[in-house]
Ligand binder design. Structure first.
Ligand code: APR
Length: 230
C-alpha cells in the first residue's frame, strides 16, 4: 500500500455500522423505518419543518452518542501518512472528522451544518437538540444535507472529480451504490486506471467494476490492507 501515491477512499453508510449507526437500506435501515418523502426532501421541509427537524434532531442525538470506529481511524491515519489521500464520503455523520481526518469531501453535506435558505449563510452547529430552528421571522435553518431531489454542490462535485481523475488506488467502502450521481463516481477512477478495491459484505451493482472485492466489514478489511496503521 505504501507504493500508492494518491489514494481515494469513497465511503458510505456501511463504514459507520461498526460505530452503531444504521445504514439507509439494509435491515433496520433508516429508509425502511421512515418514508424519506416525509423527512428528507425539500417538499417535506416546506410542508412541515418541525416534523423534519424532529427527525434530524433525533438523528443528531443518536450520532452524537456514537464514536468513530477502527475503519475511520485507519483511514485518518492513512491520510496522515500519505498527505495526498482524499476522502470522499456520502455520509453526513461527521465521523471521519471526529477520527481526525483532515480534509473530507462530503458529497451529501453534513448533519452538523445549518444553512439559511434566505441568506445562504452556512454554519457549523453541534447542539443537541438544536436550540433555535428559525434563522429569521419567516425562515427556518435547514440541515446542510443533500436531500432527495437536491442537487449536489458544484464545488464539492468538482473537488471529488479532480481526486478521482488523479488517484492510483481507489477504495469503495460500505455503499450500496444505488444513489446517483455518487454511484457513478467509481467508474471515473476505473477509467483512469486506478487500482480498485470494494469493501462490502454484500455484492453491489458496481461490484463488477472492481479488481478486488473484499466481502467483509470495513474495520477488519482495512486492518488487513493497512497493517500497522492503528
Ligand atoms: N462494513 C462495510 N459495509 C457495510 C457494513 C460494514 N460493516 N455493513 C453494511 N455494509 C454495506 C451494505 O451491504 C450496503 O451495501 O453498506 C451499504 C449501505 O448502503 P446504504 O444504506 O444504501 O448507504 P449508502 O450507500 O451510503 O447510501 C447512499 O443514500 O439516502 C441516501 O443520502 C443517503 O448518503 C446516503 C445515500
Amino acid at each position: 500500500m505504501k507504493d500508492f501515491k494518491r489514494i481515494v477512499f469513497f465511503t458510505g453508510a456501511g463504514l459507520s455500522v461498526e460505530s452503531g449507526i444504521p445504514t439507509y437500506r439494509g435491515s433496520g435501515g433508516v429508509w425502511k423505518q421512515y418514508n424519506y418523502q416525509e423527512y428528507a426532501c425539500e417538499e417535506a421541509f416546506i410542508r412541515d419543518p418541525e416534523k423534519v427537524w424532529d427527525f434530524h434532531d433525533q438523528r443528531r442525538a443518536m450520532i452524537a452518542d456514537c464514536q468513530p470506529n477502527i475503519a475511520h481511524k485507519i483511514i485518518a491515519e492513512v491520510q496522515r501518512r500519505h498527505p495526498r489521500t482524499t476522502i470522499i464520503t456520502q455520509n453526513i455523520d461527521g465521523l471521519h472528522q471526529r477520527a481526525s481526518a483532515r480534509k473530507v469531501i462530503e458529497l451529501h453535506g453534513s448533519i452538523w451544518r445549518l444553512r439559511c435558505p434566505e441568506s445562504g449563510v452556512i454554519e457549523d452547529n453541534f447542539e443537541v437538540p438544536l436550540a433555535e430552528r428559525r434563522c429569521g421571522r419567516n425562515s427556518w435553518w435547514r440541515p446542510d444535507i443533500v436531500w432527495f431531489g437536491d442537487a449536489l454542490r458544484e464545488e464539492t462535485t468538482d473537488a471529488a472529480l479532480r481526486a478521482l481523475r488523479q488517484c492510483d488506488l481507489f477504495l469503495c467502502i460500505g455503499t450500496s451504490a444505488v444513489v446517483y450521481p455518487a454511484a457513478r463516481m467509481p467508474q471515473i477512477a476505473v477509467d483512469n486506471g486506478a487500482e480498485t478495491i470494494e469493501i462490502n459484505p454484500e455484492k453491489t451493482p458496481i461490484s463488477p467494476l472492481f479488481q478486488r472485492c473484499m466481502r467483509s466489514s470495513a474495520g477488519p478489511a482495512l486492518a488487513e490492507l493497512f497493517p500497522g496503521y492503528i
